[in-house]
Design a protein around this ligand. Structure first.
Ligand SMILES: CCCCCCCCCCC/C=C/C(=O)SCCNC(=O)CCNC(=O)[C@H](O)C(C)(C)COP(=O)(O)OP(=O)(O)OC[C@H]1O[C@@H](n2cnc3c(N)ncnc32)[C@H](O)[C@@H]1OP(=O)(O)O
Length: 359
């Protein structure tokens, strides 16, 4: 039986009494279901690119498509009921999420010595990027662009930097179907990459281990890339029926020349850290045993340099290409939206999961 208006109103009140912050993804789901249950399908204008929070809310609501109001009401009540039972059973235990900077479930963000560090934090999944993670990274970049740090650093927790897009993003299909998912994912990808193109402060990647897919391509938009000698750089797009993103169709040929870019982006050649350094993708390689110590000593020294001079220098170096990069990003995202619906891509994703199932 569907939830009645009274159940729904009671669930709305219970949300305000939750003991534990349910995290951004759940809050977005609650928001979207609430709007759908009370107002029906989203038909308000889409917020601007830099209005990140309202845009994330709009995306979440819009993703519900034509879900009937009654179903949204029931889903809201079910979600709140699940949150209440998990919060009751875990209230004694301080969860991992509580220890992190509030509001991020998939990242650990710290600020020290004028450096904001954004650490990808799904080590058991090799820091594969879920849709929640893409959104949290955008929010973290927005916050870092405004905080008083001089430098922003990305790194990964565990043995991987990141294994790229989480392939479960392909299996989590909403009621609107795969076409709608592909459309929304292309918007998400475009917005995600735009945040890197526009990021105003020096952006540093501390590549602690292997990097795959979008975790590699986006490096072309970073200002410094430091790599452990354990790191590798792999863009297996053709193996996955996919095509380059992160503006790499432009930045990689520019950085390493077309011949080497083609080896990586079309043929999926995996580079060692030394090879990536030789091609100009990596600024410097360090032995893994001293990697953290050497890199952070260097970054702490850099972070004391004049903040304004560094930011203005970055604008001078990057600004004249921004428009071009945005156009390339839009085109790469548009092409991928089609690719994701192809049999080649679907079969490659299924292969990954069926190989896992056989192990
Ligand atoms: C309808 C359209 C929706 C699309 C939504 C798209 C949103 C934007 C997309 C932007 C475009 C991005 C493109 C890319 O990034 S392409 C690259 C994608 N990545 C991969 O293909 C890597 C896949 N993973 C692997 O090949 C291996 O896991 C890896 C070599 C990374 C490590 O192997 P190893 O044997 O050492 O470890 P495991 O495989 O056992 O991994 C441990 C657990 O982690 C899970 N895992 C790892 N990586 C991923 C991943 N990328 N996606 C999902 N899951 C991943 C793995 O399954 C293991 O999990 P279990 O312990 O539960 O088995």
């Amino acid at each position: 039986m569907g939830a009645c208006q009274k159940d729904f109103e009671s669930a709305v009140n219970q949300v305000k009494l939750l003991k534990k912050d349910p995290g951004n993804e759940v809050k977005l789901k609650l928001y979207a279901l609430y709007k759908q249950a009370t107002e029906g399908p989203c038909n308000t204008p889409k917020p601007g690119l830099f209005d990140l929070i309202n845009k994330a809310k709009w995306d979440a609501w819009n993703a519900l498509g034509n879900l009937p109001k009654e179903t949204a009401r029931q889903n809201y009540v079910d979600l709140v009921s699940g949150l209440r039972s998990s919060s009751d059973s875990s209230s004694q235990v301080k969860s991992e999420a509580d220890k992190k900077r509030a509001g991020y479930d998939t990242l650990v963000i710290t600020s020290e010595d004028c450096i904001t560090k954004i650490m990808l934090n799904r080590p058991a999944k090799k820091n594969a990027l879920t849709t929640q993670m893409y959104r949290e990274i955008m929010l973290a970049l927005e916050a870092a662009s405004k905080d008083d740090s001089t430098i922003t650093v990305f790194t990964g927790n565990g043995d991987y930097y990141s294994s790229g897009n989480d392939l479960t993003n392909f299996t989590d299909i909403p009621p609107g179907g795969i076409e709608e998912k592909a459309k929304n994912s292309a918007i998400l990808l475009r917005d995600f990459v735009d945040c890197f193109i526009d990021f105003p402060k020096p952006l540093v990647a501390v590549v602690n281990g292997p990097a795959v897919g979008i975790a590699v391509t986006i490096l072309g938009l970073f200002d410094l890339v430091y790599a452990s000698d354990r790191a590798t750089f792999h863009t297996p797009f053709s193996h996955l029926g996919q095509t380059p993103e992160g503006c790499s169709s432009y930045t990689f040929p520019k950085i390493m020349g077309p011949a080497k870019a083609v080896e990586m982006l079309i043929f999926g050649k995996k580079l060692t850290a030394g090879e990536a350094y030789a091609q100009g993708l990596v600024t410097e390689v360090f032995p893994d045993s001293t990697f953290q110590k050497e890199v952070w000593t260097r970054l702490k020294a850099y972070s004391k340099l004049s903040q304004n001079a560094m930011h203005i220098s970055k604008q001078i170096i990057r600004n004249h290409e921004k428009e071009k990069l945005h156009a390339i990003n839009a085109e790469e995202s548009r092409i991928l939206q089609e690719r994701w619906l192809s049999d080649e891509c679907m079969n490659a994703v299924m292969d990954f999961f069926s190989r896992k199932a056989k192990l």
